[in-house]
Design a protein around this ligand. Structure first.
Ligand SMILES: [Zn+2]
Ligand SMILES: [Zn+2]
Length: 215
């Protein structure tokens, strides 16, 4: 019996070893696949910030529609890894003159205005070289969500803000109503994937996810 068993014990042992090695390999592979899947699902890019704010500019009773291309950024400039470029941080797109696209945290209205060669100070607003100043008849007014501000310096752009920059002789009540009447287009832009302009979904494309899992 002993002699008969001997020849079969060696292949049996090898077989057992193979089974163990295979199990380990399968285990490792399953682990890797699960890990990749987990990263694929949970992956969140660093530069995902993308929200919108509403603004309107009125000069002497006329809403400004900024037809010049210099007021707008090419959609191509909305690369997710472009935070170092100030132009990338806040801008307008596609001749939509009343929606600000924000692609970074902590961006101020002053920084946005700088991107369109403009500035908004106390009693003085410069819109790409056209200057409007307080005088006895007309006043520069800034209204943010119904609140009057002296200037826009240091004011961080928040999602769905309603900013009114006004120059003229309107009463406070008229201006508050005008600020109030600004439609919340930013909310639509926040909800839709914004594909015609700078899509926030940039950050969640299959390609981006795969790239970030591998590298
Ligand atoms: Zn946008
Ligand atoms: Zn953009």
């Amino acid at each position: 019996m002993k002699a008969a068993k001997k020849p079969t014990s060696q292949p049996e042992k090898t077989e057992n070893t193979l089974v163990i090695v295979n199990s380990i390999l399968i285990g490792v592979l399953v682990g890797l696949v699960l890990f990749a899947l987990f990263r694929f699902i949970t992956y969140k890019p660093d530069h995902a910030t993308h929200y919108h704010a509403n603004w309107q500019v009125w000069i002497n009773g006329q809403q400004q529609m900024f037809p010049e291309p210099a007021f707008y950024q090419e959609v191509a400039s909305c690369s997710i890894n472009d935070d170092s470029d100030p132009l990338h941080r806040a801008h307008m797109h596609n001749n939509v003159y009343d929606v600000i696209h924000v692609h970074a945290n902590g961006v101020t209205y002053a920084q946005f205005l700088e991107n369109i060669n403009s500035s908004a100070q106390k009693g003085y607003v410069n819109l790409a070289g056209k200057v409007y100043q307080d005088n006895p008849e007309n006043k520069v007014t800034y209204l943010l969500n119904g609140r009057k501000l002296d200037s826009l310096s240091g004011i961080v752009i928040r999602s769905e803000d309603k900013l009114l920059i006004n120059y003229g002789s309107e009463t406070d009540a008229e201006l508050i109503a005008r600020d109030n009447d600004i439609p919340n287009k930013a909310s639509e832009y926040n909800l839709k994937k914004d594909p015609a302009s700078c899509s926030g979904d940039h950050t969640t494309t299959l390609q981006d996810r795969l790239y970030n899992i591998v590298f």
